[in-house]
Design a protein around this ligand. Structure first.
Ligand SMILES: [Zn+2]
Length: 151
């Protein structure tokens, strides 16, 4: 078991993260755990994530370690098979007021470096996990049995 002293005193459900809470944390990094279950792609039970949120000069960075499994349908035999999930999420967010208009436009055109967040807003961590799992599921096509391998 993880020591409970590591968790943020204020309850974090792991679903929606209030930005102002984590950037005003005097201890710096905020650590907490979230558990996530989805129907599409289907998770095997829950997928857990250990989050670490770090305030930065003009925003925050988010690191997450996902652990669990998904139940996917094989693209060939249509049987359900289990895919282990061990993924790391690294995202940088920059506060709205630090981003010039031309940078926002640039960001829309290329998928480099950071996302923009409202300093008084919330981050949808559940949705972030979901996006990663969707990408991961798209990379898995078949169950791995020899007769199901895509040539
Ligand atoms: Zn198969």
């Amino acid at each position: 078991m993880e020591p409970t002293s590591e968790t943020f005193p204020q309850e974090q459900s792991g679903e929606r993260l209030k930005v102002s809470d984590v950037v005003r944390n005097p201890k710096g990094a905020t650590r907490f755990q979230g558990n996530y279950a989805f129907e599409d792609p289907k998770t095997a039970g829950v997928i857990s994530c250990n989050w670490q949120v770090q305030p930065e000069a003009a925003g925050l960075s988010i690191h997450g370690k996902l652990h669990g499994a998904m139940e996917l349908e094989c693209g060939r035999c249509l049987e359900t098979y289990r895919v282990p999930v061990d993924l790391e999420i690294d995202e940088r967010f920059v506060f709205d007021r630090f981003v010039e208009r031309h940078e926002k436009e640039k960001e829309l055109q290329s998928d480099d470096f950071f996302e923009v967040v409202d300093e008084e807003g919330e981050l949808d961590l559940k949705d972030l996990v979901h996006q990663f799992l969707i990408l991961e599921a798209e990379n898995q096509l078949a169950c791995g049995r020899p007769e199901c391998r895509f040539a």
